[in-house]
Design a protein around this ligand. Structure first.
Ligand code: SF4
Length: 440
């Protein structure tokens, strides 16, 4: 699954703050994943350069039916709040169902996922001489370019897209139809983009993509994600922290594991696209691993980097999942030693094979999701309690709030500079957040 879709609405605040800086400038509302967050910054730059004003760009997500409903609600709210603004809808929901958005009176333009990354799209929008719907066949897109972004509004960490699209066809997933085939950004471009962001003061970079572990398969010499990580850390020695957004552990290359073992600046936090813990369910999902592969990957990675922590996407209530099969997913939490769970109650996504499979009763889906979340809260608490007395480097997202190398939320006793990294001793735990005192 594309990077974690955790805070569908979170980005609005950051976007609004950043947009507020330039009165009248186009506002960008980001729904969905970190890849969308990255692309929203690219669109903000294109819109500003084109002089596109009094416009609202809604960068949508299509990962679930709920995500599309939220896009619709957001558009209607914006139209109520800004009756005169030009509303431009883009992102995966617009790419997959352009006509559905074009039918809305509230919508002025519908733009595809490839078109949204092109400067000329915003020039023609600013001039008002373009088609109402500009959405081409995303499967025909073979390249993905990097974009020199200066910053990410008020964010402490910057996202860099290294890969887009996906060649897999997991039975529950609509993303390949919104993002197209897998394609990678050249390593040289990635390094230049990261160097530029570090020169602009960013202390942490998050590499992002749709299926990042397929990085490089379409590039000359087929460099791997591990090669790319090594190259970035070698050629940008000023970068203190490099983080990976989400990986498919069964595709993780040997260089990536070696980098995890040897590169202190590669954060000891891997988010795994596990999805389930039962082999029959994994087979029906058309995933490429078995539960024993996931357990072995975590064991091997922990031997190489003993303090590594794992996050994971897990779906509860996939069609045909029995109580016994679900128990295998629940047991996987301990067997892999997971710390951060992103739990998705299965919801049939129209247009996917899984939507046509025999569905699990909604009550059971919700109940299983709740039990997985409870397991997630328990393992996270165990991890946080184990941090007491330890020393961590905290990247500040607000004056007294940030995250450690292990991505643990941390509250500092004394304020610091947003975007800075401070060394701190963990002295307590309150409301699921570490309490820490600065020691440098
Ligand atoms: S098809 Fe599978 S691998 Fe590709 S984005 Fe969807 S869940 Fe991820």
């Amino acid at each position: 699954m594309s990077d974690d879709v955790e805070n569908l609405e979170l980005d609005e605040t950051a976007d609004a703050e950043a947009a507020g800086a330039a009165v009248g400038a186009a506002e960008v509302i980001t729904l969905g994943c970190r890849l969308n967050t990255y692309e929203s910054e690219v669109m903000r730059g294109h819109a500003q350069a084109a002089g596109l004003n009094d416009a609202v760009i809604v960068n949508t997500c299509a990962v679930t039916g709920e995500a599309v409903r939220q896009a619709m609600q957001t558009i209607r709210r914006i139209r109520r709040e800004r009756p005169a603004a030009k509303i431009i809808v883009t992102g995966c929901a617009a790419q997959i169902e352009p006509e559905r958005f074009a039918e809305l009176d509230a919508v002025d333009h519908v733009v595809g996922n490839a078109e949204k990354m092109q400067a000329q799209t915003f020039q023609s929008l600013a001039l008002g001489d373009c088609e109402r719907v500009q959405v081409n066949d995303i499967m025909s897109v073979t390249e993905t370019a990097s974009h020199m972004i200066g910053g990410f509004g008020t964010r402490a960490r910057a996202y860099v897209q290294v890969q887009n699209g996906c060649d897999h066809r997991c039975t529950f997933c609509i993303i390949p139809y919104g993002r197209g085939q897998s394609r990678s950004v050249g390593a040289g471009e990635v390094v230049s983009e990261i160097r530029n962001l570090v020169e602009n003061g960013y202390r942490e970079i998050v590499l992002t993509g749709v299926d990042m572990t397929s990085y490089g398969k379409d590039l000359p010499g087929q460099p791997t994600l591990g090669n790319l990580v090594r190259r970035v850390l070698k050629l940008v020695p000023e970068l203190p922290r490099l983080r990976l957004s989400s990986i498919d552990q069964v595709e993780a290359d040997a260089d990536l594991l070696a980098a995890l073992a040897e590169e202190e600046r590669l954060m000891p936090h891997l988010h795994l696209s596990l999805q389930a813990g039962d082999d029959m369910v994994l087979k029906r999902m058309k995933r490429r691993h078995l539960r024993t592969d996931a357990i072995k990957f975590c064991e091997d990675a922990r031997k190489l980097r003993p303090d590594v922590v794992f996050g994971a996407d897990l779906i509860a209530g996939f069609p045909t999942e029995t109580e016994e099969m679900f128990q295998n997913s629940l047991d996987l939490v301990e067997e892999c030693g997971l710390t951060y769970l992103h739990v998705f109650p299965f919801s049939p996504r129209e247009g996917t094979p899984a939507a046509k499979m025999p569905q699990v009763a909604r009550k059971a889906v919700k109940d299983r999701a709740q039990r997985l979340r409870a397991a997630g809260e328990r393992v996270l608490r165990q991890f946080l309690e184990g941090q007491q007395g330890k020393v961590a480097d905290v990247l500040l997202e607000r004056a007294t709030f940030g995250r450690t190398e292990h991505f643990a939320e941390t509250v500092l006793a004394t304020p610091g500079d947003v975007g800075g990294v401070v060394r701190a001793r963990i002295v307590g735990l309150r409301d699921g957040k570490l309490q820490a005192e600065v020691i440098n």
